[in-house]
Design a protein around this ligand. Structure first.
Ligand code: HEC
Ligand code: HEC
Ligand code: HEC
Ligand code: HEC
Ligand code: HEC
Length: 350
């Protein structure tokens, strides 16, 4: 795969460079093109390692790429869709995308814009407003050095989508009618949890935040300490059967210095799993969620009514379910919102 890529690259490059030579006018003016291109196209081992790791990532698998044919899904499920929406600022692409490319080097880096090594720059580290509510600004500035602000790139995709009908008063007793068993935040709302935003506040309970919110970027944990292409680096995996939890990323100088052996530091994941389970059982017992298919239980009907309070709690439950870190992303926030949701839940669906 890598060899094929390298050969293809050489052929493509020589064609490209040959045609440049013939026309003599392509490429950045006043620079020696070979020298410019070779800043990256020697593809030294450091870059080869990134490509190798990336190839093992879920992004590279393109397993959800077919979703890009719908313009509502293309911004997060294809490279072209993401780039288009960064330029337009819209939540959807103009049309669905065929011949879609999976998330790749160009999605996250500026590749081939200035044709210098500054093209490794991250495409955007700017703050953005949330899809679920454009009045809320998210700015994930955590991470040291080059990682600072890079979570804003990941967060643009790893956030909730708005659901309809929308909850405007999370303590409300009036009823709303849902028309889909998939009502909720969609997959991958991790940035909301890290940033401590996006859960409904139940009964005015205060939701705190763990130090991860301000200290860590997604790549601090997902992109640290690469072990082969199995965890860390551009694989973005944090755990594997081969290596166990990649705990080295937790141990950096001013973080968890007590040599943790798993992500269940101070049994916090165990605690969160217990609370998550408690809320799940409460919602399932009240026939509100279908735990087999991980969706809302519509009781065989096309629509179902819930109070605003119930829908707010359902949203909070699916937020933690889809986050999948069981407290690692932001322990305090996860703890507090689960606690408020458990305490605030009563009764059956309407
Ligand atoms: C900042 C680093 C960087 C610079 C500078 C750079 N490239 Fe690339 N180039 C890349 C990366 C990364 C890829 C894609 C690798 C992948 O997708 O796995 C690539 C891919 C290519 C390809 C394969 C086809 C494609 O577009 O994916 C060609 C051809 C190419 N580059 C030509 C050039 C030429 C000619 C120059 C100089 C004018 C240049 N590159 C400068 C990083 C760079
Ligand atoms: C999901 C987003 C994402 C994808 C896809 C991605 N990268 Fe990165 N890459 C990052 C982030 C974030 C950093 C760390 C920030 C930094 O170093 O500027 C980084 C860092 C790097 C660096 C170190 C840059 C430097 O300034 O030293 C290289 C080299 C690199 N990536 C190459 C690649 C290549 C090659 C690909 C494609 C095979 C790729 N990346 C795909 C997000 C991505
Ligand atoms: C263009 C949107 C987009 C960006 C930007 C993006 N992701 Fe993703 N990410 C996705 C999608 C879509 C998937 C699911 C891919 C699939 O299954 O085909 C995914 C999958 C993942 C997974 C694997 C989850 C699983 O299913 O097990 C991790 C981990 C991840 N992303 C982390 C990151 C990090 C860290 C960054 C920033 C450096 C980032 N992502 C940037 C859209 C994005
Ligand atoms: C705001 C960005 C965003 C939008 C818009 C979006 N998705 Fe996703 N989707 C993601 C991310 C991120 C993931 C990966 C989450 C993870 O692995 O934790 C994902 C995962 C998925 C998965 C895989 C779920 C699984 O369990 O493996 C499917 C299927 C999917 N999305 C369908 C869609 C469809 C259909 C649409 C359009 C109606 C859509 N998505 C719109 C971000 C988005
Ligand atoms: C403090 C470290 C840390 C930060 C920061 C972090 N993650 Fe995670 N993330 C984890 C750990 C650890 C897990 C898995 C927990 C487990 O398996 O027990 C995880 C799980 C995930 C998963 C589920 C799939 C998987 O690989 O297990 C996705 C997707 C994900 N994180 C994306 C992100 C994104 C996007 C960001 C930034 C918005 C982010 N994470 C920030 C540590 C972190």
């Amino acid at each position: 795969m890598l060899l094929l890529f390298a050969m293809g690259m050489m052929i493509a490059m020589s064609n490209f460079l040959a045609s440049c030579t013939k026309k003599g006018d392509t490429g950045p003016a006043g620079k020696d093109q070979n020298a410019t291109c070779n800043q990256c196209h020697t593809f030294d081992d450091a870059v080869v390692a990134k490509i190798f790791q990336y190839d093992a990532s879920k992004h590279a698998s393109g397993s959800t790429l077919t979703e890009a044919t719908r313009n509502a899904c293309a911004p997060c499920h294809s490279s072209q869709g993401f780039e288009e929406c960064l330029k337009t600022g819209a939540d959807t692409t103009a049309v669905g995308i065929t011949d879609a490319a999976p998330i790749n080097c160009r999605t996250c880096h500026q590749i081939h814009e200035t044709y210098t090594s500054t093209d490794w720059a991250i495409r955007t580290t700017a703050s953005y407003t949330l899809r679920m509510d454009h009045t809320i600004t998210m700015d994930l500035q955590g991470g040291d050095g080059v990682l600072k602000g890079t979570a804003n790139l990941c967060g643009r995709c790893h956030q909730a989508r708005p659901a309809s009908p929308w909850v405007t008063n999370p303590d409300g007793t009036d009823s709303l009618t849902i028309t889909s068993n998939r009502w909720g935040p969609h997959h991958g709302p991790q940035s909301l949890i890290l940033g401590g935003k996006g859960a409904f506040v139940i009964a005015g309970a205060p939701y705190g935040n763990s130090p991860h919110r301000d200290k860590a970027a997604c790549m601090t944990c997902h992109g640290g300490y690469a072990q082969g292409n199995v965890v860390g680096g551009h694989s973005l995996w944090v755990t594997s059967s081969e290596t166990g939890d990649n705990v080295k990323v937790c141990q950096s100088a001013d973080c968890h210095t007590n040599n943790p052996t798993s992500f269940d530091i101070d049994s916090k994941q165990t605690e969160i799993k217990g609370m998550y389970q408690q809320l799940k059982v409460a919602l399932a017992t009240a026939t509100i969620i279908d735990t087999v298919n991980d969706v809302i239980n519509m009781k065989g009907k096309k629509t179902r009514k819930f109070t605003e309070r119930q829908l707010a709690i359902i949203w909070n439950y699916f937020l933690i379910d889809a986050d999948r870190s069981m407290g690692v992303h932001n322990y305090q926030y996860t703890h507090d919102l689960l606690n408020a949701s458990i305490n605030g839940f009563s009764g059956k669906g309407l």
